[in-house]
Design a protein around this ligand. Sequence first.
Ligand code: GAL
Length: 695
Amino acid sequence: MKIRRTTPLLLLLCCLFPVTGSAEQATRWFNDKDLTLTGAYYYPEHWDESQWERDFKQMSELGFEFTHFAEFAWAQLEPEEGVYDFDWLDHAVALADKYGLKVVMCTSTATPPVWLSRKYPEILIRLEDGTVLDHGARQHASFASPLYRELSYKMIEKLAEHYGNDSRVIGWQLDNEPDVQFDYNPAAEAGFRAFLREKYHNDIHALNDAWGTAFWSELYHTFDEITLPKLRQMFMNHHQILDYRCFAALQTTSFLDEQYRVIRKHAKDQWIITNFIPDYEHGHIGQTKELDFQCYTRYMVYGDNEGIGRRGYRVGNPLRIAWANDFFHPFQGTYGVMELQPGQVNWGGINPQPLPGAVRLWLWSVFAGGSDFTCTYRYRQPLYGTEQYHYGIVGTDGVTVTPGGREFEQFMKEIALLCKEYAPRETKPADYLARRTAILFNHENAWSIQRQKQNSTWNTQRHIEKYYRTLKSFGAPVDFIYEDKDFNEYPVMIAPAYQLADKELTDRWISYVQQGGNLVLTCRTGQKDRYGRLFEAPFGSLINELTGNRLDFFDLLLPNDPGVVLMDGKRYPWNTWGEILIPGKESEVWATYTEEFYEGKPAITTRRLGKGTITYVGVDSQDGSLERDLLIKLYNKLNIPVMDLPYGITLEYRNGFGIVMNYSDQPYTFNLPAGAKVLIGDTTIPTAGVLVFKI
Ligand code: GAL
């Protein structure tokens, strides 16, 4: 480990950008003294009732603090319409309580019972090709169906009446991994029209204008003529698709919000969340109005080698959990993880065993980002059904603890040790806080770019990752934020490929910089309005006042014949996107193109504006090394101390603990900060190993 530069300016940075955050909101539900809770999903309905007690006893002896019930049990909870049976669940809750296990109750709306689908087939999802989904799997009911919602709320209300005031139940999970549905059910179409009427104030001309329907004779005369856009149809109007994606995401978030309100009427002291898959670009995560905080599910080993080295597929992508932490945490200042695999999964192309130690490494990775709990899917390996080969904490006999189960046990014991040493949640070193950085994110940018990439090798996620990966190598705490956050909390903010913008946002960026913020904007930013249309102005000029530049033109190259950008004597290949900038008088040029008819022209500029700086990166490099060196240069210039952690090594702080995790295929030796004391592990950290020290 190497601190690139230390500076007495740290204190100044901390005063200019005080860490406020919203951690207080979450403390209502959790205590610092617990550090984190650990739980396991259990499906009583899958097992003989005579085994429940044995299972809860062992679950508790292993160290678990909570379990999770009724996630897919609507058929058992409401065997006939309007006839409810909670006796079996009451028994399971009582037995869990006997062994000190709290319960997370679920709403089971991912699995309607057969009577519902047969009696009301109009609730079934219809795919774009006309296929109507059927009973026999899960997630086949349409969130856009008012009838499905009504039937769901009836069942949920009964459950909430029954358990909402029960101190054995700590919280609620809504649905299961509710994703954005691209559903062509007639109810969705009617809903889309209603959404558009409201958005465009019943004015079809406003819609025609927003969607540019003068093009190719796409004009509409009434809202009733509008259908759901066929995503597979070539050249389908992409402004319409932007609106459709907003509508589709809203179906998911409003369904969750309504479920929340039904439960909240009866549940005063229980938190209510759902378990999102971290598909950031789908646009539903964090967008509900009601959820108490955001939770995710994460699977790390499923056959793809996104890890480091030959066995990297057994450990997983080093940034996968970190990114989810940094995305979910900023919404309400905490998060939980609902599903972390305890071993092999069943749904990958190839489903290998995780490397011994990997399960524990993931648990620490979740904890390091500031979570309040982690839960595992699942306690027992199922003997029948779609997920037979899925590992549990115990194996097929129901009692033998799997290697991953043992790693959970070890983690829970280690957390119990740390509970004797903890400090308040936000106890973190000044140099770590000084380098905290926001990445401004809006999924609509990714949607818009996706339909008009201009270069098939462009990948929005990968573009963002080039910056994110560098920040994690700095040992920086990163927050992914939406525009509703206060930019002024962050010394540095990066808005990568922020294509859709307006004057209001540009003005906010200007005032952020003028007040001392350091903003990095990257190529494609501000080129379109919020409907995805180009401005009737010089191309890309929305941000000229901010960057001080003008944009001459942009070029795109073939991947096998890249161009080269030069910065400080070093050469960086690029091909997906390169903007040729005309710098203003105050702009300092940091990188130039070396070839073609724009040889010597600027690719990256920076300048001071008020008390801050604005850096514009007009190019996307092939391997991310330009983005890395650029950020090193910038942070050095700003006197922000950064580390130089190799890819695969992550460092975070919480509760007065430093946590270093090794996802690489080599041992890594970490230089402890002065005065730090090792609590867990050793300063030489093996592959999949963890070091925890006290500051
Ligand atoms: C998750 C899902 C769980 C279970 C698990 C298997 O995506 O939420 O219900 O199916 O996958 O790994």
